[in-house]
Structures are given as structure tokens and as C-alpha cells.
Design a binder for this molecule. Structure first.
Ligand code: GCW
Length: 608
């Protein structure tokens, strides 16, 4: 089967100079660039490149990876109708990672684009053409690391660093052609499962086991980026079993990798997932900070703590995780989720460039040295389920390379690359639709940072009390008068985890950003919002407006000439999104109407 591409038509075949030049020539470089494109390799390292218009050598880098990125940048600019990016370009982070939650049986945890591209039948299995296409697309936006297996490392995945190493090494070679290194999720209890008496990180036998395992792995894959670990989280094993700290656990694994130049990435998604809903003394968003802040400075140099962008779990809107702002002596990686687990599952349209802008704007920490994204890829024909979902992957790459990226430019470029045949007016309409899509989804689901009214487990569609009496720590505690949890210093004390400026901002309902009001505050339905409406009216209005906006999106999409294969998927999915938005609107409005007894001031239909 001929492989489809993501946003670029060119899948560059190899990594030597000549094919780059050929690819550029074939892309009709002369049209936009008066000279032959030459590539010049200087001595040196690093992924940076320089594009110059004056010298004979137009793309210069000290490294083949830099040349590759330079070529793609020039191609992208050309396709997007922008001037070529003359100047010096260096990535903000050395590690720009995709985390795939692929299982060995071919399923993908929270995957919405089909099955795994590289696992099936408990083995490594793939179509090399499709791997090349994906790798080439990832490289075109500078992604240089791919974790191929789920952070929940089930028994069958233990073989990835054992019996199936040769297969993993072959896959690594395919990615390597595009300067992408693999990363592997490992199970903290692996030595114990393999027959040792424990997995205690301070047990010398355990340390030795991991050191040997790392030697074996690196003998086959010398450029492996390292290991990724989810420990003591949602039932996964970890150092707490042995009364050890997460620094003990991470450092032990880091030591095994150090001699090979590998990094140990340790996820900070740790919280009590067996909470009693009656317990008001535990506030889940506080957990990561409570676990890790006291350990600041205790991690080895080749450990990176990977922190989700928000303190909960990839809700439609969350404030920045305070942990990202409070670990001055620890290497950190930001983790975002492209897989639209809570954000429409690649059926509903939800573009993330705006969210990336906000995240990077509030983060600004010098300790962030890597960016990771939970993948939205699968083996669907178009790789991302909804063709528009590939924008999020594209945008992640852009922001991970350059956190100063502009959401509109990124979205516009992606449109030009993906749908080159759209005339300018149509491209503008698509741009506007995509740029607004997050806000629209937010309105018909859970506006103002409320979150967690989603159907448990599947995480698609409304269920206002689905999580209310469960053990996950995800409560809104709506009653007949009010909704939300007071997370100020007078409440759970969560705001105190932020640096002073943000603390003050969030603490006060008058200064708290409106789109986060119900994340930080418990408000009465008759509370008056900044524009004079009551909270309850605002809830009704947002849900009506959100659903209406989806209907309008459908009208716009109907008029845009997409290529046939995409057109059908887009048509089907917008119809599903319309139904989803109506369901959210009606269920949530009815829920609040029944609780509060307050009618919609505009007399619209609320079902009772
Ligand atoms: O949001 C939760 C998901 C789990 C996921 C977990 C995590 C991989 O529902 O499916 O497990 O986050 O990030 O580890």
C-alpha cells in the first residue's frame, strides 16, 4: 500500500546530502529560491542550522540532523508561501519527544486513530513504508525521540528490553534514518518479575540487574535515548513498595543508563487514585507537588522529571502545574497530550496551538529542558483519525523546537502544507474554524475550568456525576446553591503551591482568569460574573453557544473542498460532533437546572 503522508508530500529517503538536494530540486526549489540549494556540513555538533541567502552554501549545519531540519524548514516555508527562514535556528530543548501508549497486542491506550503502527500479536510488527512516512513527518517538525511503548508496561512488553531486542533494534534503525532515537518505557518491578527477590532500588542485586539489562539493550541500540518510567501511579509498581523515595528509584535506573549516555525520564503523575469522595482533606491537584517538591535537588544529572501541563490530567482547561514552576534544582520535561482523551477523541475538532502558547507563556522555567507529547498517531489511513488532528502533532513539534511559536502562523502553515489546493479565502475560513475550536469544545463541555463531568473510563460525552462518588479525586461537589471546590488558602490550600504572583492572581475570584474560575473557586449560581451575568446564566449560555457554534462549523466545512478521502471523514465526524455537543448542552443544562431551579433568562429549551 502506498503510504499516505501527514502534512508534507516529501518523504525524504535518506540522510546524506545528495538526496536532500534532489528533494529540494524536485520540489521545484528554483521557483522560490534563485540559487541552487547547497548544503554545507561544518565541523561541530548540535542540531542547529543556518539558512543563508548570500553564500553559496545555503543550509549549513555541524550535524546531519541540523541539515535535515534545515531542509524541512525551507521546504515548509516554500509550501506555506512564506519567505525562506534566513538566519540561525537552534532548538529550545535537546529532547523533543513523542510518547506512544502502544501495547504489544496492537491496541493503544487512549488511542483514537486505529491500532499500533509497530506492535501486534505481542510482537514488533510494522510496515516499513508507514514507519518512514511517520518518521519523516516527525523529523520535519524536529521531533527527535519516540517512546514506542505504553507507560503502563504490561507483562508482554517486558520482552522489549529482553527477547525482542533485535526487533526493536531494526525499528530503531528505521527511525534513526530521520535522526529520531527510540525511548523505552520500563516496568519498575521488572527485576522482581524476572525472579529476583525484590525490585528495591537500594538492593545491590537489583542495581546490578538493571546495569546488566542496560548493557544488553545498548549493545543492540547504542543511541537509545533512555528509559521512561511511570511508578507508584494508578497501580503501577514503584519504590514506595520498599519504603524508598522516588529519587532513590529514579537515580538507581539513571545510574544504569549513565555510562551509555542515556537519560531516565520519570513521570510525576502520582496521586491517590483510591480516594474516598467523603474525604475533603485530600485535593488531587496538590499531589504531584507534594510528592516531588521536597525532593528537589536530589535527582541525578541524567534524570528528567516529566510533568503533565496541568495538575489534574489533561482536562479541557487547567492552570499550569505548580510543579513546573517550583523545582529549581531538577531537570524537568513538560508533558502534553495530543491524544484527545478528554478533548473529543479525534472526532470533535480541538486544536491545540493556542493551548501550547498559553502553557509556554505561563511556564517560562529555566529548568524545563525537554518537551513530551502523548501521541495521537495510529494506523488509520490518515494516521490521526481526524485529518485535522495532525495539526496538533505538527504544532507540538513547532513549539518544542521554538516555544515562541505563534499559533496562527503554525496553523496557517499546516493548512498550506496539508491542503495546498485551498484558495486563500477558504484557507482563511479553515484557519478561523481551527483557531476557535478549542474554545467551542470548552463551552459545550465544561467551561470555566470545571472539568470532570465526562463519562467515566471512556471519557467521551457528558456524565455530570459520573466521577462524583468515585475514588479518583475528581469532584465538583455541585449542590443546589453552588459548584466547584475552593482551592484558595482558605480552602484546600492549593493556590499556595504557586509562586506569589500567580498565587495572588488565582486566589481572588476578581482577578482569577474567568476560564479558570471554577477550577479555583466554589461559586454560588447567583454569583455575578465580570460581564454582569450570573454564573448559572453563564453556564447555560456557554452550553447553548458551544452547540450552536458546532452547527456553524459544520456549515463552513461543507463548503470547503477537501480531497475526497478527507472530505468523507470530516463530514462524518462533524455530524458526530454535532450530536455530542447537543448531548453535552442538554445533559449539563438540565443537570444545573434541576439542581438550582433557576430558569434560563432567555427562555431557551432546557429539558426537565
Ligand atoms: O489520564 C490517565 C489515562 C490513563 C493513562 C494515565 C497516565 C497511560 O486515563 O489511560 O495511562 O493518564 O498518564 O499515565
Amino acid at each position: 500500500m502506498a503510504a499516505n503522508t501527514l502534512w508534507l508530500n516529501e518523504t525524504l529517503p535518506e540522510i546524506t546530502h545528495t538526496p536532500y538536494e534532489t528533494a529540494l530540486a524536485e520540489a521545484d526549489a528554483a521557483v522560490w529560491f534563485p540559487k541552487r540549494i547547497c548544503l554545507d556540513r561544518l565541523d561541530g555538533a548540535g542540531e542547529a542550522y543556518t539558512v543563508s541567502e548570500t553564500a553559496d552554501s545555503c543550509i549549513i549545519s555541524g550535524n546531519d540532523a541540523g541539515l535535515l531540519y534545515g531542509v524541512y524548514a525551507v521546504l515548509t516555508a516554500w509550501r506555506a508561501g512564506r519567505p525562506i527562514p534566513v538566519g540561525h535556528h537552534a532548538p529550545a530543548y535537546a529532547l523533543r519527544m513523542l510518547n506512544c501508549w502502544d501495547n504489544m497486542d496492537g491496541s493503544i491506550e487512549r488511542g483514537y486513530a486505529g491500532r499500533s503502527l509497530w506492535f501486534d500479536h505481542d510482537r514488533v510488527e510494522y510496515d516499513p513504508e508507514r514507519i518512514r512516512c511517520v518518521a519523516s513527518s516527525l523529523a520535519s517538525v524536529g521531533i527527535n525521540t519516540v517512546c514506542i511503548n505504553n507507560v503502563n508496561v504490561h507483562e508482554s512488553a517486558l520482552s522489549l528490553i529482553d527477547g525482542q531486542l533485535d526487533e526493536v533494534a531494526k525499528l530503531a534503525a528505521l527511525f534513526r534514518a530521520y535522526h529520531i532515537r527510540l525511548l523505552l518505557s520500563v516496568n519498575f518491578a521488572h527485576p522482581y518479575i524476572a525472579g529476583l527477590e525484590s525490585a528495591d532500588p537500594l538492593d545491590p542485586a537489583v542495581r546490578e540487574w538493571w546495569a546488566k539489562r542496560a548493557d544488553l539493550v545498548y549493545a543492540k541500540i547504542p543511541d537509545l535515548a533512555g528509559f521512561l518510567v511511570k511508578a507508584d501511579s494508578e497501580g503501577r509498581p514503584g519504590p514506595y513498595t520498599y519504603g524508598r523515595s522516588h529519587a532513590d528509584g529514579a537515580n538507581m535506573l539513571a545510574e544504569a543508563l549513565e555510562g551509555h549516555g542515556g537519560v531516565l525520564i520519570w513521570r510525576c503523575f502520582v496521586y491517590n487514585c483510591r480516594q474516598d469522595w467523603r474525604d475533603r482533606g485530600t485535593d488531587r491537584p496538590m499531589a504531584a507537588y507534594e510528592h516531588y517538591h521536597p525532593l528537589d535537588g536530589q535527582f541525578a544529572d541524567n534524570v528528567i522529571l516529566q510533568v503533565k501541563n496541568g495538575p489534574f490530567d489533561f482536562q479541557v482547561r487547567e492552570p499550569i502545574s505548580p510543579l513546573l514552576l517550583s523545582m529549581p534544582k531538577t531537570n524537568l520535561a513538560l508533558e502534553v497530550q495530543l491524544a484527545q482523551e478528554y478533548t473529543g477523541q479525534q472526532i470533535d475538532i480541538y486544536s491545540m496551538p493556542g493551548m501550547f502558547r498559553e502553557t509556554w507563556d505561563t511556564m517560562g522555567s529555566e529548568r524545563i529542558m525537554a518537551a513530551a507529547a502523548v501521541s495521537n498517531l495510529g494506523n488509520d489511513r490518515n494516521y490521526t483519525g481526524h485529518p485535522f488532528a495532525s495539526l496538533n502533532l505538527y504544532a507540538f513539534g513547532c513549539f518544542a523546537w521554538d516555544p515562541a511559536s505563534d499559533p496562527e502562523t503554525v496553523t496557517r502553515d499546516w493548512i498550506h502544507l496539508t491542503y495546498p489546493a485551498l484558495i486563500p479565502g477558504d484557507a482563511d475560513r479553515l484557519l478561523e474554524l481551527l483557531m476557535r475550536s478549542r474554545e467551542v469544545y470548552e463551552k459545550y463541555t465544561t467551561p470555566m475550568g470545571l472539568g470532570w463531568m465526562i463519562t467515566p473510563n471512556t471519557h467521551y460525552g457528558p456524565s455530570p456525576e459520573g466521577y462524583e462518588y468515585q475514588a479518583w479525586g475528581t469532584y465538583h461537589r455541585a449542590d443546589r446553591n453552588a459548584v466547584g471546590i475552593d482551592r484558595t488558602r482558605k480552602g484546600t490550600g492549593y493556590t499556595a503551591q504557586y509562586p506569589e504572583k500567580l498565587q495572588d492572581l488565582f486566589e481572588n475570584p476578581d482577578t482569577c482568569p474567568e476560564n479558570l474560575l471554577l477550577f479555583f473557586h466554589r461559586l454560588r449560581y447567583d454569583a455575578v460574573m465580570r460581564d454582569g451575568r450570573t454564573l448559572i446564566q453563564r453556564l447555560y449560555d456557554d452550553h447553548f453557544e458551544g452547540a450552536e457554534a458546532v452547527a456553524k462549523m459544520a456549515e463552513v466545512l461543507q463548503c470547503l473542498p477537501f480531497p475526497q478521502e478527507d472530505a468523507q471523514v470530516i463530514r462524518e465526524r462533524i455530524q458526530a460532533q454535532i450530536r455530542n455537543a447537543q448531548e453535552w448542552r442538554d445533559v449539563i443544562n438540565t443537570y444545573f437546572h434541576r439542581l438550582s431551579g433557576v430558569d434560563d433568562a432567555r427562555g431557551r429549551r432546557i429539558y426537565d
